[in-house]
Design a protein around this ligand. Structure first.
Ligand SMILES: NC(=O)c1ccc[n+]([C@@H]2O[C@H](COP(=O)([O-])OP(=O)(O)OC[C@H]3O[C@@H](n4cnc5c(N)ncnc54)[C@H](OP(=O)(O)O)[C@@H]3O)[C@@H](O)[C@H]2O)c1
Length: 302
């Protein structure tokens, strides 16, 4: 069953995460609120807190973070900016990726480490239960039953409400679903990286599919060309077209665009499907994908 409502369309409308947590479909990813290489603090901590406050002020109620962002930086920022939390705020965090420096990430899925990750995230976020906890990466060196078993124990102890998986194949979701109830899957997905069999699996199972890097980590917006042309033609912006496409790609998508800028945040949350007729959206996406710039958008800044 797919847990969506058709109205309102503000922030993409609502979705029932895990069957019981209502979230607006456009959330906010906090990874950009860190230093270079997602290491250490952002240059401007006050700005980072203001971005978080603004997100909540405009109605975003699904924040995505991880202990590895910083590490620990964004979980602490969320607490400092927003605690005590609004009652409808859903905070998703992750564990199981260790950090060795800027842009360096290594999976570690030993049960005792995952237990520590959860305990420390609870402390940093100042919550008694984590709404949605992702295994950030499956560690190939540890049996999946041990990794998910440790998280399931914490769920049964009341420390985790829902469990999710990150960067997984449809087969891995299937295996995980034999061990735990999977409420959400977070995979890289955007309009030029849109071939992921895990999406159909999630759709059939009513699992939330959270496209990470929904703007190709900014790559979709650096290229100039048909995305801008269609955005201008419909009085919208390239970011809103890219996010609008994700909202229409499936009823279970919950994009979490990330930004360190209040004006970009305002742009992203103003995505309004009513402003972009689906035929125009499809035409824009087709034209953009076939443009010579499309491939370069996913490889980095031009
Ligand atoms: N599960 C995982 O393994 C995983 C991996 C990667 C990311 N994530 C999650 O997914 C979230 C989103 O991914 P992401 O932050 O890497 O990439 P993204 O959302 O695709 O794009 C972020 C980039 O786009 C720029 N941007 C955002 N909105 C813009 C706008 N309206 N106009 C112009 N530029 C704009 C941002 O720069 P400015 O800061 O200058 O706005 C930033 O460089 C992360 O924050 C994180 O929570 C998860």
């Amino acid at each position: 069953m797919i847990h969506t409502t058709t109205a309102p369309r503000t922030l993409g409308g609502d979705f029932l995460l895990g069957g019981d947590l209502p979230v607006r479909r456009i959330g906010f990813g906090t990874m950009q609120l860190t230093g270079p290489g997602h290491w250490d603090h952002p240059a401007d901590m006050d700005n980072a807190k203001n971005v978080l406050r603004r997100a909540v002020e405009v109605g975003v109620n699904h924040l995505d973070t991880a202990d590895a962002y910083g590490p620990h930086v964004t979980e602490n920022l969320i607490r400092k900016a927003l605690h005590p939390y609004p009652p409808d705020l859903v905070i998703a965090t992750k564990g199981g990726l260790t950090r060795q420096g800027p842009n360096r990430w290594t999976p570690l899925g030993r049960p005792e480490y995952l237990r520590q990750c959860v305990e420390m995230s609870l402390r940093r976020l100042a919550v008694e239960r984590i709404d949605l906890y992702y295994l950030h990466r499956i560690d190939p060196a540890v049996p999946l039953t041990d990794q998910l078993g440790a998280l399931a124990d914490l769920q049964h102890a009341g420390k985790i409400r829902h469990l999710g998986l990150s960067k997984v194949t449809a087969d891995q979701i299937r295996q995980a679903a034999d061990i735990v109830t999977v409420a959400a899957v977070q995979n890289r997905f955007h309009l030029v990286a849109a071939d992921d069999p895990a999406l159909a699996f999630c759709e059939n199972a009513g699992i939330a599919y959270v496209p990470y890097a929904p703007l190709a980590a900014g790559g979709l917006l650096w290229a100039r060309g048909s995305l801008d042309y269609f955005a201008r033609a419909h009085g919208t912006t390239p970011a809103q077209l890219a996010l609008g496409w994700l909202l229409t790609a499936s009823a279970v998508t919950l994009p979490i665009p990330g930004t360190s800028s209040i004006s970009h945040l305002n742009d992203n949350v103003a995505t309004d499907l009513d402003n972009v007729p689906s035929a125009a959206l499809a035409a824009a996406v087709r034209a953009f994908r076939s443009s010579p710039r499309a491939a370069s958008t996913v490889t980095g800044r031009p």
